[in-house]
Design a protein around this ligand. Sequence first.
Ligand code: SF4
Length: 383
Amino acid sequence: MRYVSEFRNPDLARRLIGQIKEECGSRTYRLMEICGGHTHAFYRFGLVDLLYPSIELVHGPGCPVCVLPTKRLDQAIAYALNPKVLLATYGDMMRVPGSRQTLVEVAAQGADVQMVYSPLDALALAQHGPEKIVIFFAIGFETTAPATAVTLLEAKRKGLKNFLVFCNHVRLIPAIIFILDTGKTAIDGFIGPGHVSTIIGAKAWRPVVDQYGKGVVISGFEPLDLLQSVWMLVRQIKQRKPQVEVQYRRSVRQEGNPIALGLMEQTFDIRETFEWRGLGWIPKSGFEIRDELALWDAERMVPYEVTEGREPRGCICGDVLRGVRKPWDCPLFGKTCTPQRPIGACMVSSEGACAAVYLHGRHSHRVRLGLQEKVPPETLTHR
Ligand code: SF4
């Protein structure tokens, strides 16, 4: 396959793994792969085992479905239960458990819930079905926020009166800084997310280097991308020269995507604070719809107070998202919680760490070793 197989060359992969192990020597480096897409690729291509024990991966909060707190999902479910509303959202959200139900379950009971591939699909539903109020349940990092921005501007241009957005877009870098500030997760460096960085630009990661002295290598998603990124990051750490490097140069620029950033600026303000599953309230970590577009903001037009927000009993998604525990530390992992019958968000989403380990890594040496070791989180300290 052109432009893919080049990045899966086994000989080059073997050479890179050899170079990484040589660089690491007898030391283990703990690297946080922030993005859920990277987590899946590391497990899917067997890189976790091949790099062990030189590299230990710490999974980060880069799965947008996983980091949404249950309360916000409960609010979306409450919207969906309103007979005048059609709730539209991405497929990943449909099976995530709320406090009592999932969106799929309320749809089975008669609520109007539709899966869409893009917010513009939701806008089309509003145009073609004026008898319902269409609420688009918007989630995601800076990667998907520009598409929501375009849709909001389009709704305003068309003067649509039956289209609203329930905005849950979040900003990734404040969450990483929050994790570093809490100091509970030992991390030597970061494998930066390729897609988010395509929008925000490499230079947005400077605070991680300047204020915390941690290196960042922004990576692509194929095996050779990831191995090269690991090698670049280990070299930075060894040489004690942290910096922001871009391995994924075929997509990421220093300044990001100015058109997407401009659209987001026209459309969103930054919230004072926003709640993340497992991390709690993080300052400046969420987007809200600007006052000029208040007529299309579901939170202002259909206010709804949700008080519950119960997390599934026994689920440790929050610890997994902070990188303090591994999916296999969860007593429910692979027993009562599987991708077919997920209990927590990290097992539902195609980017969730629990799903990645279950689908691609549960028979690996590293995971089996972890299943035996069960390292208590309090033994992890900040280096
Ligand atoms: Fe939650 Fe399931 Fe992961 Fe356990 S295995 S942390 S219950 S998603």
